[in-house]
Design a protein. Structure first.
Length: 78
């Protein structure tokens, strides 16, 4: 993700560091009563999605992509 993101300097140095931060944030958000789901992100799909939507690949785009994926999952389970 660091190689393809415009905000690479804001991302963790490696997967293990990112995973620790992500797991901590999941616990925090769930503790606050929020619904939190893990979303698998395929980097090639994300790049294509950003291109289709005219977005720079950054934190905001990753969040929008994940939200859209979650909506798709919800719609498929309804």
């Amino acid at each position: 993700m660091r190689d393809i993101s415009s905000d690479a300097d804001d991302l963790e140095e490696n997967y293990e560091a990112w995973l620790r931060l992500a797991e901590s944030k999941l616990i925090e958000l769930r503790g606050a009563g929020l619904r939190v789901e893990k979303i698998d992100v395929n980097s090639e799909e994300l790049v294509l999605w950003c291109n289709e939507h005219g977005l720079e690949l950054n934190a905001q785009a990753r969040s929008r992509y994940a939200a859209e994926k979650l909506r798709d999952l919800d719609a498929n389970h309804a």
